[in-house]
Design a protein around this ligand. Structure first.
Ligand code: AMP
Ligand code: GLY
Length: 422
């Protein structure tokens, strides 16, 4: 197949590596891609958020499938434009991407579909917000209602900070005040064509910047998959996944179809496993980053068949996703001062040393070639991904590899997957 992948991050690099690993031998183009992706496939500098430009490019190139990685092109209506031109596209239309972009839309869909989530109140004024904060009590959870580039959620025990956050985001639309949910977090992805829903294997993301979950929230500092501790609680990963499929993913997909706003693409369920049961904390309309980097290397059935099946309404005819037993760990290397104000432009060296470590590969997020040398151009710079037969082995490999990379002021967590290693 000729496949166009939109996006420029580590997630897209992971998607491309999974497509390249298939026996079929696809022709892949990335737009705009990044310097790491350019080492693997052709990259083109078209504007991924301009629906007409993407459509015209896909048509002129005779592309069989367009895969949309990030949310920005979804929100810009790129999938809508491609669908109107009958070009197969993996990713929901703009109105269905509201499941990610609008927290209140997601809450309404969950309400209608009977999906378990935290209680929440949408506040329009500071007085409403304070009343809701006092009703639920500490710890406080305040969420911007629209897309906020990962900065919209505050979880805090300080009432004043919660009020300040609510006041700030009220200036950009509404905010949601939510009850605090306690328990381990799980990211679970579903591929769907709007009717058939196939689950992938669960992963755990590390959202806080620092070890032991200290520091500010980030886009994600590392991840691992699968989650062996699900066995004890649910009697196995399959039983857990099946419960989420039946009580969360299928009801949401059916509800959206019934409302004539079908969701096709990647449904990402962010879950908290509370003592009272599984609760949804958020949906995303795209693959998660960095979770994709540990889920896709374990996928043994062809990714392209899943994406194409979702894009063409033929998912039920495609093989169900199956996963290798392997343990996968990814560690993110971030720039100094990430996430506040990342320092960019610094050289990165030692990448060639990581190939000496078994079971390791790199995916790039924010790197560029300047005068023949690699430099960091953003907050999350690259990921080391390691596979092993055990988490102890995968973790040792990941940290061996990341230790060989030099970036002045670079930061990474040292406790990724520690809880599942011996
Ligand atoms: P989100 O952007 O919705 O994924 O939220 C970012 C992070 O805030 C999540 O990964 C959780 O760690 C935390 N969070 C969000 N909602 C809640 C909640 N209701 N209770 C506790 N923690 C939450
Ligand atoms: N890792 C969290 C996200 O992709 O939203």
């Amino acid at each position: 197949m000729k496949i166009l992948v939109l996006g420029s991050g580590a997630r897209e690099h992971a998607i491309i590596k999974a497509l390249l690993a298939e026996e079929a031998g696809h022709q892949i183009i990335a737009a705009p891609g990044n310097i790491g992706i350019a080492g693997d496939v052709t990259v083109v500098g078209i504007d991924q958020e301009n629906p007409s430009i993407v459509r015209d490019f896909a048509r002129d190139e005779g592309v069989d499938l367009v895969v949309i990685g990030p949310e920005a092109p979804l929100v810009a209506g790129v999938a809508d434009k491609l669908r109107a031109a009958r070009i197969p596209v993996f990713g929901p239309n703009r109105s269905a991407a509201a499941l990610e972009g609008s927290k209140s839309y997601a809450k309404r869909i969950m309400d209608e579909a009977g999906v378990p989530t935290g209680r929440a109140v949408r506040a329009e004024t500071v007085e409403d917000a304070i009343a809701a904060l006092d009703e639920y009590g500490a710890p406080y959870v305040v969420k911007a209602d629209g897309l906020a580039a990962g900065k919209g959620v505050l979880v805090t025990t300080e009432r004043d900070a919660a009020i300040e956050h609510a006041t700030y985001w009220l200036g950009y639309g509404g905010v949601l005040v939510e009850e605090f949910l306690e328990g381990p977090e799980v990211s679970l992805f579903f591929v769907t064509d709007g009717e058939t829903v196939y689950p992938l294997s669960p992963a755990q993301d590390y959202k806080r910047l620092l070890d032991a979950d200290a520091g500010p929230n980030t886009g994600g500092m590392g991840a691992y998959s699968p989650l062996p501790w699900l066995d004890e609680r649910f009697g196995g990963e399959d039983l857990f996944v099946d419960e989420v499929l039946k009580t969360i993913a299928i009801p949401v997909v059916q509800q959206m179809a019934a409302e004539k706003n079908p969701f096709s693409g990647l449904l990402y369920a962010g879950l908290i496993l509370t003592e009272r049961g599984i609760r949804v904390i958020e949906f995303n309309a795209r693959f998660g980053d960095p979770e994709t980097q540990v889920v896709l290397p374990r996928l043994v059935t062809p990714l392209s068949a899943l994406l194409f099946g979702a894009a063409t309404g033929t998912l039920a005819q495609q093989p169900k996703p199956a996963f290798a037993e392997a343990s996968a760990v990814t560690v993110v290397l971030a720039s100094e001062n990430y996430p506040e104000k990342p320092v960019t432009g610094r050289p990165i060296t030692g990448l060639d040393q990581t190939v000496a470590v078994d079971g390791v590969h790199l995916v790039h997020a924010a790197t560029a070639d300047v005068d023949g040398g690699l430099v960091a151009t953003g907050g999350r710079v690259l990921n080391v991904v390691a596979l092993g037969t055990t988490f102890t082995e995968a973790r040792a490999r990941a940290y061996d590899a990341i230790g060989r990379i030099q970036l002045e002021g670079g930061q990474y967590r040292t406790d990724i997957a520690a809880r599942v290693a011996d």
